[in-house]
Each structure stands twice: as C-alpha cells, then as structure tokens.
Design a protein around this ligand. Structure first.
Ligand code: NAD
Ligand code: UDP
Length: 363
C-alpha cells in the first residue's frame, strides 16, 4: 500500500510508523514539521517525510500528488491539547476544522480512503451528568455508542468545546461526502491512548500544560506536586498505544470492514478517576525507582479555572462501547492499566530522570 500520514511525527504517528515500517512493506509519505520522535525512521527507504505543515502553500503540489498516488490518507495532524481549547480557541478551530477541509476535498476528488482521527470528546458530557445521575445507575445514559449516542457540546462561553465541535464538524463533513459522493472513510474516536513519547515533559522539552499523563509524570520528575483538577473526580478509560496502533493496522488490513464506520478505540476495563490515576502513578514510580517515599508523593487539588483558565468544562466520564471494533475488526484490548503505566513511566524515567530542569542547568 501507499499510505499518506499527516501529523506522522506526533505521539500516535510515531508509534504507527514504528509498527508499519518494521512489520510491513507499505510505502509511507508523511507530513509534520516536527521530527524529533521519528528520527530513527528518517533514513528508511519506505518512508518520505515532508517536514512542513500540511497547509503550507509550498507543499500543496506534493500533497496532491501523494493523495493521487495513495491508497489511504490517515489524518493525525491536529492541535489536541485540552489546555489550548479555551486559551487558544481560534488556532484550535483552524487546525481541527479549516486545515482539514482541503484534505477532505482532496480525498473526495481522488476518491481516496480517508482515516480521519476524531475524538471521544465529540460525545461531550454524559447524559447521566445532565440528569444528575452521579452514581451512574443507568448505562444507557453514559455508555458511548458510535451510531447511537448523541453528541452534546456545552455552551459557547465554555470554550473547552472548540476542539470537540471542530472534530464533530469534520466527522459530519466526511460522512456527508461518503453518502453523496461515495468517499471511503473511517473515523477513529480515541479514548485516552497512553504510551511512551506522549506529549512532552514541562520545563524539560516543552512549555505549557500537556495531557494528564505528561502532567503527572512531569510533576514526579520535576519534584512538583501532582495536581488534581476539581478534585480528580473525572473518569477516563486508558488504552495502551500499542493496542491502539493494532486497531489502526487491522483497519488497514480490512478496508472493506473499516469503510463507512466510526470506531471507538478504548479499553473498558481500564477505567479510573484522575485521583486514582495519580495514586497509581506515584506507586508505580516508587516501584520503578525503588524509592518507597514516592508512594506518598504530594498530590494537591486545584480548581479548573486556576489550572486551565476561564472556559474549561470537563467530560465527566467516557465509557466506550467497543463492540463494533471487536465484531468488524476482531480487536479487543487486553493490556491492564498497571502494565501500561509501568511500561510508559519506565520509558519517561529512563529518558528524563538523569537530566536536569533548565533552571537547574542555569544555576
Ligand atoms: P500529537 O500532538 O502528539 O501529534 C499531532 C502531530 O500533528 C504533531 O506532531 C504536530 O506537529 C502535527 N501537526 C499539527 N498541525 C499540523 C499541520 N498543520 N500539518 C502537519 N502536521 C501537523 O497528537 P496525537 O496524540 O498523536 O493525536 C493524533 C490525532 O489523534 C489527533 O487528531 C488527535 O485529535 C487525535 N486524538 C488523540 C488522542 C490520544 O489519546 N492521543 C485522543 C483523542 C484524539
Ligand atoms: N487533569 C488533572 N491534572 C493534570 C492534568 C489533567 O487532574 O495535571 C485532569 C483533567 O482535568 C481531565 C483529565 O485529567 O479531567 C484528563 O485530561 P487530559 O488533559 O489528559 O485530556 P482529556 O482526557 O480531558 O481529553
């Protein structure tokens, strides 16, 4: 296959390249201005990287040629960090909607299969949360089913929803082209993939607020307290990046089964509150370092406003129905959260623990 991967240098892209370039003969053409996570693949004859943004005018002819010659286009390119949704909303909308529009149009023009990375955030908050069912008695009010569950965005003043709303619009655009023009498509709704190389460690190789894994890991590495937003009551299900990549590979291997569908990709068995996650991570870190004092590592509570600024609103719970991925692709995640954390945190420890924070270097 000829595969075009946009945003191939990020977390998911780097793991997808690891898998595809070591276990298949597929030819891959990628776009990403960032290459630090995929350096080891840059000399691979089956991989060509255009180190540019997809919307860069200078790259439009190359992009058109790649799509024309490609069998499938996988779009991973995005701004997908919750701390930016309410603080940088215009860029978030541009990146997740307007920059994607020409890609969709190109795929329609050449009738190329588009695997479009969306988000579980499209579901918004659960119906349980709106009716005040805080004990989640009724699964019909919180389980997320691709083709049944309504997608509910909060009010406009809660700019948290810029990202989810832009992603939802792309899903609707893609689906409309499927119905009207026969565009082959697959939509992927990831539910908190965790693994090595996710985001960056604050004060080491990036600034700002990354996703929760890197926030908690950064706190442990930098000697700062782990912060629970609004008491850490929000729940997430966490799936190993390796199993998530396996789901994508199963789609690539079974285009006729993947075409025309949105898939939840998540692990129902790995559900935790953020408070539980923080506790599991400090205990895992005690095991990795052999230093039992990490078991009682400081955890503090902060308000969402303090942590993310004005306009943040949280998804209370994300429990995916993954029966479609099982029935159509034979995909069933098995790696327990304990093992995901041990593998991931060992990577971060080996990568960063010996290094110093920039402030320490300057001293
Ligand atoms: P990431 O931020 O690690 O990777 C995104 C990559 O896209 C980055 O390397 C970035 O440089 C690149 N990029 C951004 N704009 C670009 C542009 N205009 N042209 C070319 N490259 C561009 O994110 P990720 O975790 O790998 O996520 C990939 C996709 O999956 C995104 O669409 C995201 O919304 C979706 N997603 C991921 C998760 C998850 O758990 N990782 C959850 C929900 C949704
Ligand atoms: N969160 C937290 N402390 C942090 C970072 C995030 O408690 O240092 C919470 C955040 O409020 C949310 C959850 O962790 O409830 C997951 O956040 P993430 O940034 O990973 O993205 P999301 O799953 O919301 O897309």
């Amino acid at each position: 296959m000829n595969i075009v991967i946009l945003g191939c240098g990020g977390f998911i892209g780097s793991h997808l390249l690891d898998r595809l370039l070591t276990t298949t003969d597929h030819k891959i053409i990628g776009w990403d201005p960032e290459s630090s996570k995929i350096r080891k693949h840059l000399d691979n004859p089956n991989f060509t990287l255009h180190q540019r943004y997809v919307d860069d005018p200078e790259t439009q002819q190359d992009l058109r040629n790649a799509v024309a010659e490609g069998d499938v286009v996988i779009n991973l390119a995005a701004i997908c960090n919750p701390s930016e949704y309410n603080t940088n909303p215009i860029s978030v909308i541009k990146s997740n909607l307007f920059d994607v529009y020409p890609i969709v149009e190109l795929c329609v023009e050449y009738k190329r299969w588009l695997i479009s990375f969306s988000t579980s955030e499209c579901y918004g908050r659960t119906l349980s949360s709106y009716v005040g069912d805080t004990s989640y008695e009724n699964p019909d009010l919180y389980e997320l089913k691709e083709d049944e569950t309504p997608l509910i965005m909060g009010p406009i003043v809660n700019q948290r929803w810029t990202y989810a709303c832009a992603k939802q619009m792309v899903e609707r655009l893609v689906y409309a082209h499927h119905k009207e023009d026969g565009l082959p498509f697959t939509v992927v709704r990831p539910l908190n993939f965790f693994g090595p190389r996710m985001d960056y460690i604050p004060q080491r190789d990036g600034d700002g607020v990354p996703r929760v894994l890197a926030c908690f890991m950064g706190a442990l590495l930098n000697g700062d307290p782990m912060k629970l937003v609004d008491g850490g009551k929000a729940r997430r299900t966490i799936v190993s990046i390796y199993e998530a990549v396996d789901a994508i590979c199963r789609m690539l291997d079974n285009p006729e089964k993947a075409n025309g569908h949105a898939f939840n990709i998540g692990n129902r068995n790995n559900e935790v509150t953020m408070a539980e996650l923080a506790d599991m991570m400090r205990k895992t870190y005690a095991k990795i370092t052999g230093d039992a004092s990490y078991e009682d590592y400081p955890i503090i509570e902060v308000s969402a406003e303090e942590f993310y600024g004005e306009g943040y609103e949280d998804c209370d719970r994300r429990m995916p129905d993954v029966s479609k991925a099982k029935d159509l692709l034979g995909w069933e995640p098995k790696i327990a959260l304990e093992d995901v954390l041990l593998d991931t945190m060992t990577y971060f420890h080996n990568e960063y623990a010996g290094t110093m924070k920039p402030a320490q270097v300057a001293e």
